[in-house]
Design a binder for this molecule. Structure first.
Ligand code: ADP
Ligand code: F6P
Length: 318
């Protein structure tokens, strides 16, 4: 087979490990593999290069994606998709592996419906793709946030301040929830669940009465602006409050072992699925196991936030 691989949407640490796994597995089983640069944008333009074992040497530990990533409005149109299918035919690509988030999966599904064999690998720090416990990049992003919270906690404690930490998560609070739980945050705000600023401030005041002199509030960008939350807290409690917006540092950095292993497993499985003649499927993980689902099914629902984790975070930050 001739297998094509691309990365699309927001980059995520571990995407390189997945590309490496796809290329090496493809070649191991006697296929040829081509890399498509700049996601669907590059696909439409025919930015395609043959990959060999050396093309993916020395990248397993690097964040970002050597295939580059992009967002492409044209690909959302029927004309854009027709162009993409023509390029795939012209280059005699028999199957495509798309590494990206839910938007990229919508693109993959569109190609599958047009008769292109496609397998999706979830790669997004947001971890919001349904039917998989983890997406590539999430573990690294959570650890990056945790490292920042640890540092912020030092200064919060020295100056006896409240710190609001705004983390990524456009429509989902997975990064906020896991980093907040692991970082000992007093409150965690996620877009999936309602919050009450009066309750949050009352809790802070209760803690202060008991002798607590600093607190961390983690806010997912999709639930509120960190600066707005900081202003409300300072106004309602009178405590000196500072705000840190972590931004894109969460998208970079060397991937953790967890992300490299997930990426490697998913890359191998995606090639195997293409070789078995599958299409329109995504690889996911559930505990130690790999799972395979229809992309269509994954895109038909929203991944639920772990309410038990939220409860634990609340209990532990009493
Ligand atoms: P992510 O994959 O990280 O969620 P985006 O949502 O930005 O990132 O999607 C990446 C790209 O996937 C878009 O720029 C577009 O080219 C493609 N895409 C997104 N939604 C669709 C759709 N409904 N149909 C076809 N392609 C889509
Ligand atoms: O989807 C990943 C993500 O990092 C979101 O958490 C964030 O809102 C968005 O991408 C930012 O995208 P960009 O800055 O690349 O437009």
């Amino acid at each position: 087979m001739k297998i094509g691989v691309l990365t699309s949407g927001g980059d995520a640490p571990g995407m390189n490990a997945a590309i490496r796994a796809v290329v090496r597995t493809g070649i191991y089983f006697g296929n040829s593999v081509v890399g498509i640069y700049h996601g669907y944008k590059g696909l439409i333009k025919g930015e395609i290069k043959e990959m060999n074992l050396g093309s993916v040497a020395d990248i397993i530990h690097r964040g970002g994606t050597v295939l580059r990533s992009a967002r492409c409005e044209e690909f959302k149109t029927p004309e854009g998709q027709t162009k993409a299918v023509e390029i795939i035919k012209k280059h005699k690509i028999d199957g495509l592996i798309v590494i990206g988030g839910d938007g990229s999966f919508r693109g993959a599904l569109a190609l599958h419906r047009r008769g292109v064999a496609v397998i999706g690998i979830p790669g997004t720090i947001d971890n919001d793709i349904p039917l998989t416990e983890y997406s590539i990049g999430f573990d690294t992003a959570v650890n990056t946030v945790l490292d920042a919270i640890n540092k912020i906690r030092d200064t919060a404690s020295s100056h006896e301040r409240i710190f609001v930490v705004e983390v990524m998560g456009r429509d989902s609070g997975f990064i906020a929830l896991e980093s907040g739980l692991a970082g000992g945050a007093e409150s965690i705000l996620v877009p999936e669940l309602p919050y009450d600023m009066d309750d949050i401030c009352k809790k802070l005041l209760r803690g202060f009465k008991r002798g607590k002199r600093h607190s961390i509030i983690v806010v997912a960008e999709g639930s509120a602006k960190g600066f707005d939350i900081g202003n409300i807290i300072q106004e309602k409690t009178g405590f000196e409050t500072r705000v840190t917006v972590l931004g894109h540092i969460q998208r970079g950095g060397t991937p953790t072992a967890v992300d490299r292993i997930i990426a490697s497993k998913m890359g191998v499985k995606a090639v195997e699925l293409l070789m078995e003649g599958e299409s329109g499927k995504m690889v996911g993980v559930l505990g130690e196991k790999l799972v395979v689902h229809n992309i269509e099914k994954a895109l038909s629902g929203k991944k639920p936030i772990n309410k038990t984790y939220m409860k634990f975070a609340d209990i532990l930050s009493i």
